[in-house]
Design a binder for this molecule. Structure first.
Ligand SMILES: CC(C)(COP(=O)(O)OP(=O)(O)OC[C@H]1O[C@@H](n2cnc3c(N)ncnc32)[C@H](O)[C@@H]1OP(=O)(O)O)[C@@H](O)C(=O)NCCC(=O)NCCS
Length: 269
């Protein structure tokens, strides 16, 4: 059984680490005003600090105590994080109420969750059954990420999406079951420090990336638009062919041929 001192030592976060967790709130919530206010009134930061304590206890085999801290945190914040869940640096849960993070979930650095997010399982296996969120992932309000797969770096999960399969890096997923609406170009590999500085500058609240305006069309809508363009082009070609045929065989033009037009498709209106 570890000594109390070693438990306390492991629970004691360095001043800079604590600052990093709190500063993440300022980087991502324009409404945040000062550190005291953030500590006292942000359930996301309270849940994170209590989870760091619960996780330390869990790792020192103080499982019941860890569960107790986690339960207390849930009562205080409405956020339920299993003490065994692995959470990286500068994690931020905005608003918080209704967030559930399962036992085998793994969360990288600079990840953001909004209220009502579940990182859950879909099996009763004892092993890995919750998702892994890589660095920089943003999960929108009410989204459910279910199963032991990986959501790649900087991916965005839209609000209320239900994600049941692995998500590539930089993708944006919406819907239930979620479909991809963006597969952005990967960003250049950078040092960890400069990555963090970039994140501070580049974090876009609510997962909206203004740099990706051209890339982010729904692929299904795109496919429909392309098909309609092809239909209109084909009709124009048929009209041309009919004119030529009429010149060669004037009788052909006497026949009544129903003219087709893409305008007849109501979906265009
Ligand atoms: C997913 C998200 C990041 C996409 O943002 P975006 O890249 O700016 O995408 P757009 O708004 O241009 O939408 C692109 C398409 O996806 C659809 N879409 C966007 N978000 C969606 C969502 N959550 N669910 C279903 N469809 C969605 C849009 O209707 C649009 O479809 P269309 O091309 O057929 O018109 C963003 O919509 C989102 O859900 N962010 C989370 C916000 C949040 O949780 N806020 C909580 C604050 S308390």
């Amino acid at each position: 059984m570890p000594s109390l001192i070693s438990v306390i030592k492991s629970l004691k976060k360095t001043k800079s680490e604590l600052h990093e967790d709190i500063n993440a709130v300022f980087d991502r919530d324009p409404a945040a005003r000062n550190q005291i206010e953030v500590l006292l009134t942000y359930p996301g930061i309270q849940a994170l600090l209590l989870h760091r304590a619960a996780n330390g206890l869990w790792n020192h085999n103080q499982k019941s105590l860890a569960r107790g801290v986690s339960y207390g945190s849930r009562m205080l914040t409405g956020i339920e994080i299993h003490p065994a869940a692995k959470i990286g640096k500068r994690f931020f849960i905005d608003h918080g109420m209704g967030v559930v993070i399962g036992e085998t979930a793994e969360i990288g650095d600079d990840v953001t969750l909004y209220q009502g997010v579940t990182l859950g399982g879909v099996s009763l296996d004892k092993g890995k059954r919750h998702p892994t969120l890589e660095d920089g992932v943003v999960v929108g309000a009410g989204a459910k990420v279910l199963g032991p797969f990986t959501v790649g770096k900087n991916a965005k999960i839209g609000s209320n999406a239900v994600v049941v399969k692995a998500v590539p890096e930089n993708a944006t997923m919406v819907g239930s079951a979620a479909r991809m609406i963006t597969k952005a170009k990967p960003k250049e590999e950078k040092s960890q420090d400069s990555q963090h500085q970039d994140l501070e500058k580049a974090f876009n609240a609510y997962g909206i990336d203004l740099d990706l305006q051209d890339d982010k069309k729904d692929p299904v809508a795109n496919a429909f638009a392309t098909m309609l363009e092809h239909i209109q082009e084909s009709e124009a070609r048929i009209d041309e062919l009919q004119k030529v045929i009429c010149k060669l065989d004037p009788d052909y033009c006497e026949k009544e041929i129903k003219k087709l037009s893409a305008d007849q498709l109501n979906v265009l209106k």
